[in-house]
Design a binder for this molecule. Structure first.
Ligand SMILES: [Zn+2]
Length: 248
């Protein structure tokens, strides 16, 4: 009988993880002394500050994240740095629909911060098994584009395992939008391309090691990691602070 390697703690997972490590900057500029300044500037441009984001220090957000992290229904919390205004919107198992009133509320906030949970997905309708996926994943493309449209200071996503944080670029939204005026198309194209590349790389590692792993668990893991990896690449390319934290 073939030996089964457990994905959760195997060297294989570590090998795949290296490809999409949070230390990708180091890998981009491997030992290149001439790029040391560029590397420092990039690190500054994309680092989330403070560690964990503003939300990790705010009571409303801490409570929301604890309550909804594993909830099967998507919920959205909208608040601001001062925590003097807030609203919670309930969605369904796939999304929260934003009404025009809610949109106005978000846009009216100074230093707006939003958080939503990513509920477990089920199998696609054709192959429906009723199985919940293990990893629910980082910001979707829509999440990123909405975050930019809303010009808020911090956007957060929680799933059962991680907290994902994205913040206003260090140069401020006005300056950033001046530089990246075609961000919708540019981010969409770039993220799609990076996601595919990362998926291929991870799959090739799985194939190389001929891992005997639960097919579903493997596809969940590839989905989760390639989404995060693609968002890291977007963060570097478009200088948008982004980080993933393990929920403890
Ligand atoms: Zn989302």
């Amino acid at each position: 009988m073939a030996e089964t390697i457990n994905i959760d703690d195997s060297y294989l997972k570590n090998a795949a993880k290296k490809l999409i490590s949070d230390e990708v900057i180091d890998e981009t500029y491997i030992n290149d002394q001439s790029n040391i300044n560029e590397k420092r500037l990039l690190r500054e441009a994309i680092s989330v500050y403070p560690v964990g984001g503003y939300g990790s220090k705010m009571d409303i957000i801490k409570k929301f994240e604890k309550k909804y992290r594993k909830n099967p229904i998507e919920h959205l919390l909208i608040t601001n740095k001062m925590e003097d205004e807030f609203k919670i919107i309930k969605g369904d198992n796939e999304r929260v629909v934003i009404s025009s009133d809610t949109r106005s509320f978000i846009l009216s906030l100074k230093d707006g911060i939003t958080v939503h949970n990513h509920p477990p997905n089920y199998e696609d309708e054709i192959n429906f098994t009723g199985r919940q996926t293990e990893i629910y994943g980082s910001f979707s493309l829509d999440d990123i584009l909405t975050f930019i449209d809303d010009r808020i200071v911090e956007d957060r996503v929680v799933d059962a395992k991680y907290t994902y944080v994205m913040q206003e670029p260090k140069i401020g939204w006005d300056n950033w939008l001046g530089i990246y005026s075609n961000y919708k198309t540019d981010i969409s194209d770039y993220r799609e391309q990076k996601k595919e590349e990362i998926q291929e790389k991870i799959e090739s590692i799985f194939n190389t090691y001929k891992i005997n792993e639960d097919e579903y668990k493997q596809s969940d893991w590839i989905h989760g990691e390639s989404t995060h990896g693609a968002n890291l690449e977007v963060s570097k390319k478009f200088k948008i602070p982004y980080a993933r934290y393990v929920f403890t």
